[in-house]
Design a protein around this ligand. Sequence first.
Ligand SMILES: [Zn+2]
Ligand SMILES: [Zn+2]
Length: 212
Amino acid sequence: MIQHGPQLCTICKRDLWTDEAGRAVCRPCERRIDDHLRSLAGPGGLYARLCLRIHPGSGSSNGPTVSGTRGAPIPANLQVLNLTANGGLISALESWVEDWASYGLATVCAGGRLQHRVDWAVGTLRLNLPQACYRHPALEECAREIWSIRKQCEALIAGAKPARKVPVQCGSDGCGGILRVSIDTPGETCRACGREYGHAEVLQLTPVRAAA
Ligand SMILES: [Zn+2]
Ligand SMILES: [Zn+2]
């Protein structure tokens, strides 16, 4: 039986307005996702700016370059490298593109340079986001990951160390799982039992004291 009660936004859990009927995600959440995606792409975007941190002056079009034969070696920040290399945030975005494409909500990129692939992924996701807000079944997880990518990029660009991670005890009965969480985590999954915690829930778990 179809429920006609008040529907909640699957991301922020607030009641959807009448004119948001049929949506899985409210308009403000859609705007936030779009904003996070937009921040990553283009010559002035977070991805390009991160690449510049690895090899200043190389421009963003060549993607990350770590070793140079001329001049003083630039200390490569391993975290920046991990995030900007093939397999980093590009792969995270592209796996969402593939996922969305399976619902007819995105077009997979034919390949090319890393910056092109980032721009493509962001472009096709943004183009289809309005539709995805109606019919993508797991937009919350996608939104969380995109937000997390943006936060990581911004933290690295600002030179800020990521917030300190604290071990906490999984709240499931009988699960001895330890999660490593930070104050700005959007959510965490227990690797032992697979239970998922949202931001607020994760902060309520009991910290584990280091063995004396
Ligand atoms: Zn919402
Ligand atoms: Zn657990």
